[in-house]
Design a protein around this ligand. Structure first.
Ligand SMILES: *[C@@H]1O[C@H](CO)[C@@H](O)[C@H](O)[C@H]1NC(C)=O
Ligand SMILES: *[C@@H]1O[C@H](CO)[C@@H](O)[C@H](O)[C@H]1NC(C)=O
Ligand SMILES: *[C@@H]1O[C@H](CO)[C@@H](O)[C@H](O)[C@H]1NC(C)=O
Ligand SMILES: *[C@@H]1O[C@H](CO)[C@@H](O)[C@H](O)[C@H]1NC(C)=O
Ligand SMILES: *[C@@H]1O[C@H](CO)[C@@H](O)[C@H](O)[C@H]1NC(C)=O
Ligand SMILES: *[C@@H]1O[C@H](CO)[C@@H](O)[C@H](O)[C@H]1NC(C)=O
Length: 857
């Protein structure tokens, strides 16, 4: 019997096999990934329905390959070949991605990545496993081709014949009658079983809840196609009512008081909203970029015109207007500016001047709080020690001393000792002999924040939050690059200060009369996610990336510059530019706002040749076990030393005593040691969120501030420090004291309010890539919710007071069922918090879209 009585005899069974093997392999992996978050009885009940589409796809392929006559057959062959090719690419990527990160691929995210050069390189960096899995499945298809063809042929021909026999019993010239005649009974048996199975499966399929099973049963290539469909834009114009209405009732409203603008959420319709934003007394003649909130209003003679002009620009054809942020109408805003500056800071200021001439912001790539610094006895430290279960006492001591040498600079920046129990101080000194030594007087060094979370686990969203004091927008990727930020960023404010100064004061000797300059520096590419544009958008006057220093015409270009990962050069390549920037500012009598983004701690944690790689984790078992984390820790040690070099440069150039240095982690990083999904991509695990925040100044006393704040507090704290230390002239101080009242974040220079009149200080964290899940926490409670923003993810709850490393999560596809479980396991308070958290978070998501004037296209 010829299975495929056509041209290309070997090709057809093989193609059929490719479709079947890749489709089913993809589904099995997909189900495996969801094994944790579906209850087993439902899983077993619905199991057959998960494969329905896969069978239909297989049958379609079989029909197209074997049942189409003449040139239709060629067309069928072409279509199946095309689908097969798509499947091979997609399913291999799915397996490769799972192998590397433990997560599911999302195709629209992948397509956005692939469209930019650095993103494409990032994808390429994971190509080996993709290729390996592709080859494996390809080989499997080859081997299984005869078997699969035989099974499908026997089954479908039997069904087909029986079907044909039923409907055309009298006719004898059917195409299918060439097939070998089967005994009647067997023929009808195949048809009956197939039909009965189909009806049962369809029945269960209809009965089955949509969430999560529609997602779980998604089949390539349909999942792929769905990713490329555009979703409709939402044009939100009015603020939604705050869900916890008791907390914003008029009896709780607060009147204006001095600089404080009052708090009356829900008091005006938002049309009047714009009118309430009076031009401030310090309004310049023309507004610099970043002040759209006030500038747009002043442009046209009447309010009405302005509103109309704006609505067209934002929502073509829509009737929405240009939305702005108004602190008096923000139901979530809690200010702590009414409280006094922390007492030790006040004391210090009485005692001596604390000039802040320059502000540096060191945004540290993937800096987890538990490595800034690494501490003996910490969870991570204990994990490392436990992994060396068979090591001798002596080896453990040796390991301990190597761990002690990992983050000595971070220990000094934060003032948190690593507490490594070493035999002598002399050994400790030997271990850290080459590293930076803090020259500030004992007890001095600045504010170290303990308990901070990042505002987003996507680097550039986090960057926008820390530089602009805003919540980034919970949509995929960097809409922020195209949109106007809804608050002025720190660079915009400094530019306004410049504009308010007379041109003639350029030669001023008092720093308060000098002009600011803002510079951004990093040794890696600016092409990823269009960072060059983002840098302009948030107000940097000058930005230096890999692209600027890699050309032979660059000032410090030299032979042998080596790229250490797919993003760019090792950190020290930026050093001479950093030095020049400081020297130039000194020479020109300028004040510097400088951001440096570190990069070596980014995946794949490549180190420059010649840097020694330590084995912090044991090398046993699987060759790759613990290796990603080990590479990360090596890059952490390398960056610790680099930060020491930066601090040294700041001292050598003589500006240390008048420079505020803010250190902040852009986000954390989850490893297999933390969670079964690794990395930040669509991973809500807490290890991606805990970050260090430090405000270092050698003339400020050392303070540990315990606050469950986010990086949204950085901008108000910088302003507060500039005002409080008397580092601004009268006009600028007036502006700063007024504008600081416009921001959402609390100042970390004052006691942090965990709640106010029953309202909690919520901490929202947008999860990489932005539009799929949100981390919801609050300073007023130890609980945490990971809220899915699409139907593809579960709700996740944790109680950090009992389970600080989120080892035992409560997970559910259905929110009410989650609340139920949480009530049973964690009590009434937790369940109550959870219900509030979900409502507030959904409100916050819509409000961000409104404030960012989000629209598509
Ligand atoms: C998207 O918007 C268009 C026109 O506004 C509408 O016809 C279409 O039904 C919408 N699609 C969805 C999925 O909402
Ligand atoms: C004022 O509004 C009109 C539309 O009413 C618009 O064309 C014009 O550009 C606006 N003026 C400014 C300065 O933006
Ligand atoms: C510290 O280094 C010095 C010089 O290299 C060496 O003589 C001394 O033994 C070392 N001390 C310890 C405790 O390792
Ligand atoms: C660095 O390069 C980017 C484009 O890659 C450019 O926009 C920027 O102006 C350059 N910076 C300097 C200081 O030349
Ligand atoms: C900074 O100030 C301290 C004392 O306040 C002083 O000892 C030190 O030399 C100063 N450093 C620089 C670089 O001026
Ligand atoms: C911050 O959150 C953690 C975890 O919930 C908690 O242990 C800690 O006490 C909180 N800190 C403050 C100052 O509320």
């Amino acid at each position: 019997m010829r299975l495929f009585p056509c041209r290309f005899p070997g090709l057809r069974p093989f193609l059929l096999s490719v479709i079947v093997v890749f489709t089913f392999a993809s589904k099995i992996l997909h189900l495996f990934q969801h094994r944790r978050n579906v209850r087993s009885p439902s899983f077993l009940l619905y199991l057959p329905t998960f494969f329905l589409t896969d069978f239909l796809v297989s049958i379609f392929a079989w029909l197209a390959l074997s049942k189409l006559p003449g040139s239709w057959g060629i067309a069928g062959l072409a279509i199946v070949a095309f689908v097969g090719a798509v499947d091979i690419g997609a399913v291999s990527s799915q397996f490769g991605f799972f192998y590397v990160t433990g997560a599911e691929v999302r195709w629209n995210a992948a397509s956005t990545l692939a469209s930019d050069k650095a993103g494409f390189n990032l994808l390429l960096s994971g190509l080996m496993p993709v290729f390996a899995f592709g080859t494996l499945l390809f080989t499997l298809s080859w081997i299984l081709a005869p078997l699969i063809t035989f099974i499908l042929d026997s089954w479908l021909n039997a069904v087909g014949n029986a079907f044909a026999g039923l409907s055309f019993r009298s006719r004898q010239y059917l195409p299918l009658t060439n097939e070998p005649k089967e005994p009647r009974r067997r023929k009808y048996l195949a048809l009956s079983i197939t039909l009965i199975a189909l009806f049962i499966i369809l029945g269960i399929d209809i009965y089955r809840p949509q969430v999560p099973y529609d997602h779980i049963s998604g089949t390539v290539p349909f999942t792929l196609a769905a990713a490329f469909q555009n979703q409709n834009a939402t044009c939100l114009s009015d603020q939604q009512p705050f869900p916890l209405s008791d907390l914003v009732a008029p009896n709780l409203w607060e009147p204006e008081n001095g600089r404080y603008k009052g708090w009356k959420p829900g008091s005006q319709s938002s049309a009047a909203d714009l009118a309430t934003v009076m031009a401030p007394s310090w309004a310049p003649e023309s507004w610099p970029a970043g002040f759209g909130r006030w500038a747009r209003k002043g442009q046209n003679s009447t309010q009405e015109d302005a509103l109309l002009a704006m609505s067209d620009a934002v929502c073509p054809g829509g009737n929405s207007r240009y939305n702005i942020y108004n602190p008096t109408l923000d139901p979530m805003r809690i200010t702590n500016l009414d409280l006094d500056v922390l007492a030790p800071v006040q004391e210090a200021l009485k005692d001596h001047a604390v000039p802040i001439k320059h502000v540096f912001l060191i945004e540290m790539e993937s800096a987890r709080k538990d490595i800034f610094p690494l501490k003996a006895g910490s969870h991570l430290y204990q994990q490392i020690i436990d992994a060396h279960e068979s090591a001798s006492e002596e080896d453990l001591y040796e390991l301990n001393s190597r761990l002690a040498a990992m983050t000595p600079v971070a220990e000094q920046i934060t003032g948190e000792s690593g507490n490594f129990n070493l035999k002598s101080d002399e050994l400790r000194n030997n271990l850290t002999a080459d590293s930076w030594k803090d020259p500030s007087a004992p007890g001095m060094g600045g504010i170290n924040v303990i308990g901070a979370l990042t505002g987003s686990s996507l680097s550039f969203k986090s960057l926008v939050g820390s530089h602009c004091g805003v919540g980034p927008i919970p949509v995929d990727f960097m809409f922020e690059t195209e949109a106007e930020v809804y608050q002025p960023c720190i660079m915009h404010i400094l530019k306004l200060f410049n504009q308010l100064k007379n041109e003639g004061q350029k030669e001023a000797t008092d720093m308060r009369s000098q002009r600011w300059k803002s510079v951004f520096l990093q040794s890696v590419t600016g092409e990823f996610d269009n960072q060059v544009q983002l840098s302009l958008q948030i107000g940097f006057e000058e930005s230096i990336f890999k692209e600027n220093i890699s050309t032979a015409s660059a000032k410090h270009w030299h032979k042998g510059m080596k790229e250490i990962n797919y993003f760019g050069y090792e950190e020290p390549e930026i050093y001479p530019y950093l030095k020049d920037t400081i020297e130039d500012a000194k020479a020109n009598g300028e004040r510097l706002f400088l951001t440096h983004f570190t990069s070596t701690t980014h995946h794949p944690w490549g180190l420059p040749a010649g840097v020694e790689v330590e084995d912090y984790w044991p090398r046993n078992g699987f060759a790759s076990e613990h290796q990603p984390m080990n590479k990360y820790l090596n890059s952490v040690r390398y960056v610790d030393e680099w930060l020491g070099n930066v601090l040294e440069l700041i001292e050598e150039t003589g500006i240390a005593n008048e420079t505020l240095i803010v250190f902040v982690g852009d986000h954390g990083q989850a490893f297999e040691e933390d969670h079964h999904v690794t990395g930040t991509f669509e991973n809500g695990h807490i290890s991606n969120f805990r970050v260090p925040i430090v405000f270092r100044h050698p003339q400020l006393p050392r303070l540990d501030v315990h606050a469950n704040a986010t990086s949204i507090s950085i901008l108000p704290t910088i302003l507060d420090l500039l005002i409080t230390t008397n580092s601004l002239n009268d006009i600028d101080r007036d502006v700063a004291s007024d504008i600081i009242q416009e921001y959402e974040g609390q100042s970390l220079l004052r006691p942090y309010k965990n709640s106010h009149n029953g309202r909690q200080a919520w901490n929202m964290g947008i999860i990489n890539t932005g539009g799929t899940m949100l981390s919801v926490a609050s300073a007023a409670a130890p609980y945490r919710l990971v809220l899915p923003l699409t139907r593809d993810f579960t709700f996740v709850f944790s109680d950090l007071s009992k389970d600080p490393y989120e080892i035992d999560l409560v997970e559910d596809w259905d929110f009410y069922s989650l609340v139920h479980t949480v009530k049973r396991k964690h009590g009434h308070d937790a369940a109550h918090w959870l219900k509030d958290a979900e409502k507030v978070a959904r409100w916050w998501v819509n409000e961000r879209k409104r404030l960012w004037n989000y629209h598509e296209g």
